[in-house]
Structures are given as structure tokens and as C-alpha cells.
Design a protein around this ligand. Structure first.
Ligand SMILES: Nc1ncnc2c1ncn2[C@@H]1O[C@H](COP(=O)(O)OP(=O)(O)OP(=O)(O)O)[C@@H](O)[C@H]1O
Ligand SMILES: [Mg+2]
Length: 246
């Protein structure tokens, strides 16, 4: 599998505290990866670095087949490279319908040949319906986003990110506050999304991680402590000591 993102030897210090410590990480195209680890291990900070929100003091962040450095890019330039991020609080437009939320999120630069507006809008409507199907909100398309249940709002936001056609999707604790049924649906959605793009999921819920059925990277004190299948990492003594045996 060819590498999509390669992070090597990054470190970040906040007020003398090393939140990320010589961390290296790589993910391939169309790969699903879970990141686990104790509170304060640096999982969110890692995502902040990839998206350009936080700059590392050292190390490299290399993207795509052209091996471009993300470190010189602004947050919006990085987003335009095809890196989407889901935050914990959904940022949907509550007064707009689910349909309109997805429509607004569509990537709409189809160049000089997209001159036939009516045709483009028909295409867009098809895309919106396909996205709604993918996130399980087809029946909710006419509803106002503000009326959706917590889990449904999260899925809508994932749908809005998918509408941007990212090559890498970063998702931080998607299952927080969800019911067991919502969690299951979220897992299925992320597994599906990762068939055509890379998806990195930070999550504390081990059942959730097990259902993802993917390679797991364990962070601890700003570094990678272990990596491999969930069974492999959960059998690791260091992982048990610092995370599972809490
Ligand atoms: N902007 C910041 N300024 C100062 N310290 C920070 C900043 N961002 C993160 N930290 C510290 O860096 C460490 C790593 O935090 P981070 O949020 O990345 O952990 P995490 O693995 O996401 O934890 P959790 O599982 O609780 O979400 C923590 O000790 C945190 O307090
Ligand atoms: Mg975090």
C-alpha cells in the first residue's frame, strides 16, 4: 500500500511540557487506523499538527505521492490538499435541512465545463442523496439539522466532510455521547468511508475499536508505544500497564 501521510520524528513542547515526543506515524491510501492511548497521550495534538493548527518544533510531515511537506502550509492549504477533520462538537447548520447542509458542503469546482447550471444542480442533488444513503440519513433529508438526534448530527457532519472528498479523514472520539446502536452505525460508516480514503479514528471505546477491525496505534506520552492488531497491542505488557490496566 503506498504511503499517503508520513510523519517522522515530530516533537512539540507546550510551556516546557513535551506533549509530542519524537513521534512517527504513517498511513496508506484507503487505510483505516485507530489511535488509542491514555488521556494526555498526544492524540489530539497529533491531529492538530497534521491539520496545521499546531506547528511541531522538529520533525517532518510529508503528504501524497509528490512527498510535499505540510509544515509550510496554512490550515486552509492543508484542507485543500484533501485532509478533513471532524471535531467532537458537530458544526452543522441547525436551521438548514439535512439536504441543504450536504449540498453546501459539496466540493463545487468542476471547472469550465460545468457551465450548464441545471445539469450541475441535478448532479449535485444525486450526490447529496448518495451521501445521505452512505451516512444513513436518507429519510431525514428534508428535516432541519437542528431536529436531529446527537448521533445523527455527528453522521451529518461526517457526510459534510465526505462531500469534500477528502483523501484523509481525521476523526477524534466520534462515539462520545452516543448510544450503543449509534456507535455501531458510526463504526459501519467509518469502515465504509475507509474503503476509498484513509481514515484515522481516535477512540477510547474498545468495543468500538474492535468493530473497526483495523490496525491500532497506541500513543503514550507523545510517542508510539505499540502498533498492530488490537489483539496484538492489548496483549502488550507496556500497553496494559499504561492504558488498559488503569
Ligand atoms: N495548546 C496547548 N497548550 C498547552 N498544553 C497543551 C496544548 N494542547 C495540548 N496540551 C497538553 O498536551 C498534552 C497532550 O494533549 P492531547 O489533547 O493531545 O491529549 P489526548 O491524547 O488527545 O488526550 P485525551 O484522550 O484526553 O483527549 C496534554 O497534557 C495537554 O494538556
Ligand atoms: Mg484528545
Amino acid at each position: 500500500m503506498s504511503t499517503l501521510l508520513e510523519v517522522s520524528g515530530i516533537s512539540v513542547t507546550f510551556d516546557g511540557f513535551r506533549a509530542i515526543n519524537n513521534l512517527s506515524f504513517r498511513i496508506g491510501e484507503a487505510e483505516l487506523r485507530a489511535i488509542i492511548g491514555p488521556n494526555g497521550a498526544g492524540k489530539t495534538t497529533f491531529m492538530d499538527i497534521v491539520t496545521g493548527k499546531t506547528r511541531p518544533d522538529e520533525g517532518r510531515v510529508i503528504w501524497g505521492e509528490k512527498n510535499v511537506s505540510l509544515l509550510k502550509m496554512s490550515e486552509s492549504q492543508i484542507a485543500r490538499q484533501g485532509i478533513g477533520r471532524k471535531f467532537q462538537r458537530p458544526t452543522v447548520f441547525e436551521d438548514q435541512s439535512v439536504f441543504d447542509n450536504l449540498l453546501m458542503a459539496l466540493k463545487n469546482d468542476r471547472g469550465p465545463f460545468a457551465v450548464l447550471t441545471y445539469r450541475r444542480s441535478a448532479e449535485d442533488a444525486d450526490k447529496v442523496r448518495a451521501l445521505a444513503e452512505e451516512i444513513g440519513l436518507k429519510a431525514e433529508l428534508p428535516r432541519k439539522a437542528g431536529e436531529l438526534a446527537h448521533g445523527q448530527k455527528q453522521w451529518l457532519e461526517i457526510g459534510m466532510l465526505l462531500a469534500q472528498e477528502p483523501r484523509l479523514l481525521l476523526v477524534d472520539e466520534p462515539a462520545a455521547g452516543m448510544s450503543p446502536a449509534e456507535r455501531e452505525h458510526t463504526t459501519a460508516l467509518l469502515v465504509e468511508a475507509a474503503k476509498t480514503r484513509a481514515v484515522v479514528v481516535v477512540e477510547h471505546d474498545m468495543e468500538f475499536v474492535r468493530r473497526l477491525g483495523c490496525k491500532v496505534t497506541v500513543f503514550h506520552e507523545g510517542s508510539v508505544l505499540a502498533e498492530g492488531s488490537l489483539d496484538h497491542v492489548t496483549a502488550n505488557k507496556d500497553v496494559i500497564d499504561v492504558y488498559l490496566g488503569r
